[in-house]
Design a protein. Structure first.
Length: 582
């Protein structure tokens, strides 16, 4: 089908939906049900500050080199990808990915999860990545570990990719990993157990195949319409939780698939020269190779995951916002743009408004770059330093576009920096990002009427579901506990209504101050529901246990809807046009 037609028929669908919406704002509110990852107790950043002594590195006895069972139709790579050695104590290069005022944040993660990844992307009918990685893991738990667990997310049914890992070593000695859950969980045994505070270095080679046309899990992963969505594309360290051990749960298709801790990434991606690539962090070197390919080297500041997008269709338009380069990555102009309907200029405005608003209210975005990427996804998906935005909404007459951008940019604060187990507790980031849509509307448009309309949208969605099922549903449940409609109605409906309820109880300035404190306290860490409650109680000076039990851990929120006066509403902000600064 010609490229023009690829973008024409979905646009007509969106326009029909827009025509049926009430007052535009209700469409603008949208019904985006984005996916999520899992939970880790907040840990002290002080544990990451100093590199271990050379004697702190655990050793492994040599064993047979491992090769994953060839059940997925792979052909061995003709030449292994070389992965450089690393001076783990030197983190200076990663500071290039930070705004100058936040460069010292990198020093806190010298003992965080560390990755150096070298990989080559080739395109034919499929997208194939051949790579190798050198990883250092430091045991920040109180337990002595007998193995290190990696997640091979592409092998999980939710992503439907094909990843093979082989030639695994621990401190230079070959080992044979164990693979479970359809090869999506890889356990690397340690010949010498890893005591608390000790570190271990691992290397491995991997191949990944994205079948042409693959577009799964809200479009987060795949190769479609000449766009490579490189997410969950490398063997990823899992999380060890006190009391339960390594996280190995299988993700649910309704939600996000990953659960990760913050670390530092040095990534060298080689690909055809005609591709434009953007990735988490910042590209610091570009090298043209003898075979005509180009190697892009990118580094990150403290981030909990790495993603990249690549396409020959892309071009980039940038704008500085509070010292961050907001890079809007969009399709090159063509006959498919249909007479000036391309919304790139709108996306630049929406993203800029979101970043400046969230900087002021929640706390400053510390990174040098943020990528906002047009993509075949049907809605929007978040990754550290990068968000995907639906190509089918990338039109100036599509109100849903602003919803996607405001929501996904909010995830840079709540998920990317303040992390959570998105599989086990999706409300922690998705409900909050949905509430931030209300904040965005209030602060950008300064309209209590428009803010009220937003809250009424969430209210209608929630009440429609719970009325039909005959009762309320608990908010802090895992993704698997909800049916398809309930996941959206509770996590994306009841969740933002809970924060609106907090506004009516505490006042908007107190809610903003609590979220500012929450962000600064748990930035780069992982939170639980208890951390949210604790922060709001500390900032407000009130006992909120009954309210949290009613709305979050229990299922008795419906009593607040017995009368219109009791239900969450958008009270006048009582804020100046400049808002509140913390």
């Amino acid at each position: 089908m010609p490229q023009q037609n690829k973008r024409t028929w979905p646009r007509l669908v969106f326009l029909v939906v827009g025509a049926l919406a009430v007052l535009g704002i209700l469409v603008y509110l949208g019904t985006r049900q984005a996916p999520p990852p899992p939970t880790l107790q907040p840990t002290s950043l002080a544990t990451f500050i100093a590199p271990p002594a050379a004697t702190d590195v655990a050793t492994a006895a040599p064993t047979e080199a491992s090769t994953q069972a060839p059940t997925r139709g792979f052909v061995e790579a003709s030449a292994p990808v070389e992965v450089p050695t690393v001076d783990w104590a030197d983190v200076s290069v990663y500071k290039q990915a930070m705004k100058p005022a936040f460069a010292a944040d990198v020093d806190q993660f010298v003992n965080g999860n560390r990755y150096l990844i070298a990989a080559t992307l080739t395109l034919d009918a499929n997208a194939t990545i051949s790579g190798a990685e050198r990883v250092r893991y430091t045991n920040h738990t109180t337990d002595t570990l007998k193995d290190i667990v990696f997640r091979l997310y592409p092998n999980a049914p939710i992503l439907d990719g094909k990843m093979k890992v082989h030639d695994v070593t621990v401190n230079g000695a070959a080992v044979s990993p164990n693979f479970t859950q359809e090869d999506s969980v890889m356990s690397v045994p340690l010949a010498e157990a890893l005591a608390p505070g000790k570190s271990v270095e691992l290397t491995m080679s991997f191949e990944l195949v994205m079948t042409g046309g693959l577009d799964v899990s809200y479009g987060r992963f795949g190769y479609k319409e000449d766009v490579v969505s490189g997410t969950a594309w490398y063997p990823t360290l899992s999380v060890y939780d006190a009391g339960s051990g390594w996280w190995t749960a299988e993700p649910d298709p309704k939600g996000d698939p990953a659960y990760t801790e913050t670390g530092l990434y040095d990534v060298r991606l080689t690909m055809p020269a005609d591709l434009t690539v953007v990735m988490s962090g910042k590209e610091i070197e570009t090298t043209t190779n003898a075979d005509g390919t180009v190697t892009h080297r990118g580094v990150t500041g403290p981030m909990r995951d790495h993603a990249f997008m690549a396409s020959k269709r892309y071009t980039v338009t940038s704008k500085d916002v509070d010292g961050t380069q907001v890079k809007v990555v969009h399709y090159k102009p063509s006959a498919s743009d249909q007479g000036g309907l391309d919304a790139t200029a709108n996306v630049i405005k929406f993203a800029s408004d979101a970043v400046s608003t969230y900087n002021r209210i929640f706390g400053e975005y510390p990174y040098a770059e943020l990528n906002v990427v047009e993509n075949p996804t049907p809605s929007g998906v978040e990754f550290p330093g990068l968000i995907q935005v639906a190509e089918n909404a990338w039109f100036i007459d599509q109100p849903y576009l602003e919803v996607i951008v405001s929501h996904e940019v909010a995830h840079q604060w709540f998920y990317a920096m303040v992390g959570n187990n998105q599989v086990a507790l999706p409300w922690l980031d998705e409900s909050l990002a949905s509430y931030v849509e209300i904040v965005y509307t209030r602060e950008v448009y300064h309209s209590d009427a428009k803010t009220q309309a937003y809250i009424l949208h969430f209210r209608a969605r929630y009440l429609h579901y719970v009325t039909a099922r005959g009762g309320d549903v608990t908010l802090d449940l895992p993704v698997t506990a909800y049916d398809d409609e309930g996941y959206g109605a509770i996590v994306y409906g009841k969740g933002p209504l809970f924060y609106a309820k907090l506004e009516t109880v505490l006042g908007i300035p107190t809610v903003y101050k609590a979220l500012n404190t929450y962000f600064k306290r748990y930035k780069y860490a992982v939170v639980t529901t208890a951390d949210v409650e604790k922060t709001f109680e500390e900032v407000s000076g009130k006992d909120l246990s009954a309210l949290f039990k009613q709305w979050v851990t229990g299922k008795d929120a419906l009593k607040d809807f017995a009368t219109p006066e009791a239900a969450p509403t958008a009270t006048p902000s009582a804020l100046s046009a400049e808002g509140v600064a913390f």
